[in-house]
Every structure is written in structure tokens, then in C-alpha cells.
Ligand binder design. Structure first.
Ligand SMILES: Cc1cc2nc3c(=O)[nH]c(=O)nc-3n(C[C@H](O)[C@H](O)[C@H](O)COP(=O)(O)OP(=O)(O)OC[C@H]3O[C@@H](n4cnc5c(N)ncnc54)[C@H](O)[C@@H]3O)c2cc1C
Length: 413
């Protein structure tokens, strides 16, 4: 049996329809796999915060044919202002000075726009979606995986792929609880939106006090601002994901004497219906697969938003995982090859976000705040950092394998 015949006979269930899920679905469909995606939410979730596609991930979206579309959604953030308690600028820097941007190899766009483009791409093909559902149980018997869905439906698949994010359900079902894999970086974040009463466009303004960081981000020239209230804490607070009132109370208490625009942000947080609270953490796993189940994207190796690389890693992982599955008749060989090719790249990108690095962004003590302000002033003068240059090398450090021959053999063009 040829590889392509093997692919056609293989059914795949992907859990999660954000970035890693639809990207993997797209490539697997091109290689002739029979693909179903299950998503817990009722639809592809929008969410306006900005994400980055850069480095090697630019090659992936180019091969998917969506590079021009994504480029036209580029936000073009022009400046990042660090303000003092009275709103006066301490320093203003170009975003690429902090994140190693190389404009030709970097697109910044609202997360919802990337997920919509990927979703639309798969809808043009043969990918099936089950929204408002989730995997309740799975049993891998070595020749296939029996899946029971929360809706009660049952189905057997040849392979299951967990693309369900940092708190992956698939990972929990196969590898156990998250705690041993979660590396907490010492911060929590709150994200929400508010009306753009400050008249900002294409820019972000950030204000820091020891252990607290607040900011607003004008994603382009829009009537809405994305706001964040982040705080340092040695141990993550015991707040469940469902306890939104508890998250509001905890955050309001931490920021209660804050300067700058913090009172306005706290009032907006109380009203916001899209509060997104979580710890700043990474996922580190000794293996990304077990039998016929494999993880991709944040589920396998979340780098945390401090690296700004989560979406790019998800796209690269999706491309290589699908390509290796098309190239190997035995999924266990494919999973091993996927991990061998991509693990050094994923780990190098995760290393860009350390507890130490986070202190530049979010100082915990008055001394660290002073050191940060001095570093920002230097950056304002020179326009670049050694971190920026190093990061840029890491973003581009994987050369993608070429699976084009496999794609042209796939079931549909
Ligand atoms: C505040 C914040 C800021 C960020 N900023 C950036 C940035 O600047 N640049 C950048 O590149 N990245 C950024 N990221 C990270 C980026 O959003 C993620 O790394 C990226 O979305 C990973 O994609 P993913 O598809 O692996 O997982 P996710 O985007 O987390 O998607 C997981 C999907 O699985 C679904 N799901 C969850 N559980 C289940 C279940 N039980 N059953 C079915 N479906 C389920 C979810 O609804 C979701 O659709 C940021 C993240 C956050 C939280």
C-alpha cells in the first residue's frame, strides 16, 4: 500500500478549533486523511488580542496560500509607551526593539482574524466540525481509538490529536493532570476590552508598579481597546477558571491603590463580559505522544504569551505533524519524527520567556523597576536590544521539511 492509500484509510479526530487544530486539519486533509475537529465552544472563538506570526511560521502560512490575506490584516503597531503614574512617558520604543521583529518575517494580527482565516480554509475542504462538544473518554487499543463524546456520541478513529490549548483535555485524558507539566512563570494576567476613550491608535501604553503591570493596546485604529492587568505572585492563586467573580475581586484588591489609569481599568474590568484570567505558564512534557494520540500547539509546549510565539509554534507544529503523518504509514514513527524535528525549535522558543526575562517586562521591586526604566531609556536611544536580535534568530531557526510531493498526491487538490 502506498503512503497516500495509507493516508486515505486513516481517520483523525482533532480536539480544539483555534490555531493548531484547524492548521493541522488543513494539512491532513490535503494529504488525504479523513478529518473531524471537535471544539468545546459553540463556534470558532474570536477574541481581539493581538498575536504574532513570524519566523518559520511565515513559511507555513505562505505554503497554505494565506500569507497575503494575513499581511492585509497586519495591525502595524507603531509604538509602545511606558508611562509614569501621571501618564507622562518614561520611554517610547518600537515594538520590534523588544521582540526582535524583522518586518518582512513578522505579521501581527488580531487572534480572531487568524483563527477565522484558518477555519475558512478548512471549510473549503472536507474537514468536518463538531462544535459545542468535547471528548469525554478515549480508549486506544493499539489499532485505533474509541472516543466517547460529551454529547453521548461514540466513534472510532485511527488517530486522535490534542490541539486543545494549555489546559488540554486530551492531554489530561492520556497523560494525567496538568500540574507536573505546568511551569508557572510567577505572574497572572487579566485581559478584557473597554471603549477607546483615550484616543489611541496603533500603539500600546504600559504602566508598572512593583509587582503590577497595567496597559492598554489599540489594535489598529478601533473604537475598542484591549486592556490588561497583570500581577506577580509567588504561588498562583487558587481560583478556578469558572470563578469569574473571584477573579475580579482578587484583581481589584491587588490594584486598589494603583496610579495612572488603573481606576478606569478596574471599573471597565468589573463591567467586561469577556474577562480572560489565567496564570502565565509554560507546558513542558517529556513526550508529546502516547500510542495513537499526539499533542500539538500549546497543549504540547505552550511557551506563554511572554515569548509572543504561541501561535507561530502552533502553526509550525501543525505543518510538521501532518507532513510526518503523510510520510509514514505507522503513526508511531510519524510522531517520533515530528518530535525529533520540532522539539529543539519549540524548546529554544520557550527559553525566550524566562522568569528572569519577565522581570524586565514586569519588575517586582522598586529596584527592579528602576533597572527596567534604565534599560528602556537605553533601548530608546539605541533602538534595539541584544534580546531582540537573539529572539529573531530563534524565531527563524527551523528549516521546514518539504512535503509538497505528499500534498500533490492527496485526495483533493
Ligand atoms: C493573553 C494572551 C496573549 C497572547 N499573546 C500572544 C502573542 O502576542 N503572540 C502569540 O503568538 N501568541 C500569543 N498568545 C498565545 C496564543 O494565543 C496561543 O499560544 C495560541 O493560541 C496557541 O494555539 P492553540 O491552537 O495551540 O491553542 P488555543 O488557542 O488555546 O486553542 C485551544 C482550543 O481548544 C478548545 N478547547 C479547549 N478545551 C477543549 C475541549 N475539552 N474540547 C474541545 N475543544 C477544547 C478551545 O476552546 C480553543 O478553541 C497569547 C495568549 C494569551 C492568553
Amino acid at each position: 500500500m502506498s503512503d497516500t492509500q495509507a493516508a486515505k484509510s486513516r481517520s483523525v479526530l482533532i480536539s480544539g478549533a483555534s490555531i493548531a487544530g484547524p492548521a493541522t486539519a488543513y494539512w491532513l486533509d490535503r494529504y488525504g486523511f479523513d478529518v473531524t475537529v471537535v471544539e468545546r465552544a459553540a463556534a470558532v472563538r474570536s477574541g481581539g488580542y493581538p498575536i504574532d506570526v513570524r519566523g518559520t511560521a511565515i513559511d507555513v502560512v505562505e505554503r497554505m496560500g494565506v500569507l497575503p490575506q494575513l499581511r492585509s490584516a497586519h495591525i502595524d503597531t507603531r509604538k509602545l509607551t511606558f508611562a509614569d503614574a501621571d501618564g507622562h512617558p518614561i520611554a517610547t520604543v518600537a515594538p520590534e526593539a523588544l521582540a526582535g521583529g524583522v518586518t518582512a518575517r513578522h505579521i501581527e494580527l488580531p487572534r480572531g482574524q487568524l483563527t477565522s482565516v484558518l477555519y475558512a480554509l478548512t471549510r473549503e475542504r472536507n474537514v468536518r466540525y463538531r462544535f459545542d462538544d468535547s471528548i469525554d473518554a478515549l480508549k486506544d487499543d493499539g489499532t485505533g481509538v474509541d472516543v466517547r463524546f460529551r454529547s453521548g456520541a461514540q466513534q472510532r478513529f485511527d488517530l486522535v490529536i490534542g490541539a486543545d490549548g494549555m489546559h488540554s483535555n486530551t492531554r489530561a485524558l492520556v497523560f494525567g493532570p496538568e500540574a507536573p507539566f505546568n511551569r508557572y512563570l510567577g505572574f497572572c494576567f487579566n485581559l478584557f476590552s473597554l471603549p477607546n476613550d483615550l484616543g489611541l491608535a496603533h500603539e500600546a501604553v504600559v504602566y508598572a508598579e512593583p509587582g503590577r503591570l497595567a496597559g492598554v493596546y489599540a489594535v489598529g485604529d478601533t473604537p475598542t481597546l484591549q486592556a490588561f492587568l497583570n500581577f506577580a505572585t509567588d504561588e498562583p492563586p487558587f481560583l478556578s477558571h469558572a470563578d469569574v467573580d473571584g477573579q475580579r475581586r482578587h484583581t481589584a484588591d491587588i490594584f486598589r491603590h494603583g496610579g495612572w489609569e488603573i481606576p478606569r481599568l478596574l471599573a471597565a474590568m468589573q463591567r467586561a463580559d469577556n474577562l480572560f484570567f489565567d496564570t502565565v505558564s509554560q507546558i513542558h512534557m517529556p513526550r508529546w505522544s502516547s500510542g495513537r494520540v499526539v499533542l500539538v500547539g500549546d497543549a504540547a509546549h505552550a511557551p506563554s504569551f511572554l515569548s509572543g510565539q504561541g501561535s507561530s509554534l502552533a502553526l509550525v507544529g501543525a505543518y510538521v505533524l501532518a507532513g510526518e503523518l503523510a510520510a509514514h504509514a505507522d503513526p508511531v514513527d510519524a510522531f517520533a519524527s515530528y518530535e525529533r524535528i520540532t522539539r529543539p525549535f519549540m524548546e529554544a522558543n520557550q527559553a525566550l520567556a524566562s522568569r528572569e526575562g519577565a522581570r524586565l517586562l514586569m519588575p517586582r521591586t522598586p529596584e527592579e523597576l528602576e533597572a527596567r526604566n534604565a534599560a528602556l531609556a537605553a533601548m530608546q536611544t539605541s533602538g534595539a536590544t541584544s534580546h531582540g536580535e537573539h529572539a529573531s534568530q530563534v524565531y527563524n531557526s527551523l528549516r521546514l521539511p518539504d512535503y509538497r510531493e505528499k500534498a500533490s498526491l492527496g485526495a483533493t487538490p
